[in-house]
Design a protein around this ligand. Structure first.
Ligand SMILES: O=C(O)C(=O)C[C@H](O)[C@H](O)COP(=O)(O)O
Length: 215
């Protein structure tokens, strides 16, 4: 692999991975600063909006201490665009063999998404052992992930999708879970209103919850 950052190091860098959907480019850095003020410094910017690539570049430039990655990367073309914008890691909701093969030759680690044992095995065949379990809650939640990981104990997961303060502990209790993704610290209304204090408060609360669970 040609990656500049190992997935193990990425997963170890933060037990929480905030998922950002950026509609307005000028909000990218303020959102990232609000998360940073709450104690998070690893961010996933989803390529769901036209502002995403410029947001990644802007956050990288403004906050060199953060790790900034791209989410919702579906194909090699988007992987390359994310890397060109400065993404230090790349996350996908799923996997294709084209994306898995392509990312092995690039500089940024890919965290592919999986929902079944067969998909985990497909990823493992190419050397991917740090995966996203998506959509976590809709797939059966922590109980499903526990069962899937039992025969696949070498894999570390970042469950994402439907996770929040109420169910965070169930996932972090699993040995196969290194970090948990989610957007609950970035509620759409607060972000639209530019209420960065609210984002920081939710982030601080989430970080405190993780710290207590991991103590
Ligand atoms: O965009 C992607 O690539 C995704 O995989 C989806 C996101 O990770 C989830 O939408 C976050 O889930 P929530 O915390 O339930 O909002």
């Amino acid at each position: 692999m040609t990656w500049n950052l190992s997935p193990a190091r990425l997963f170890a860098a933060s037990a929480l991975l905030p998922v950002m959907v950026i509609d307005r480019p000028e909000q990218a850095v303020p959102i990232a600063r609000a998360l940073l003020a709450g104690g998070l410094s690893v961010f996933e910017v989803t390529l769901r909006t036209p502002a995403a690539l410029s947001a990644i570049a802007a956050i990288r430039a403004a906050l060199p201490e953060a790790y900034v990655g791209a989410g919702t990367v579906l194909n090699p073309r988007q992987y390359d665009a994310a890397v060109a914008a400065g993404a230090q890691f790349v996350i996908s909701p799923g996997l294709t063999s084209a994306l898995l093969q392509h990312a092995l030759t690039g500089p940024a680690p890919l965290i592919p998404g999986v929902a079944t044992p067969s998909e985990v095995m497909q990823a493992l065949d190419l050397g991917y052992d740090h995966l996203k379990f998506f959509p976590a809650e809709a797939n059966g939640g922590a109980a499903a992930l526990k069962a899937i990981s039992a025969p696949l104990a070498q894999v570390r997961f970042c469950p994402t999708g439907g996770i929040g303060p109420a169910n965070l502990a169930e996932y972090l209790a699993l040995p196969c879970v290194a970090t948990v993704g989610g957007s609950w610290m970035l509620p759409a209304d607060e972000v639209a209103a530019g209420d960065w204090a609210a984002v920081t408060a939710l982030t601080t609360e989430a970080v405190a919850r993780v710290t207590a669970l991991r103590a």
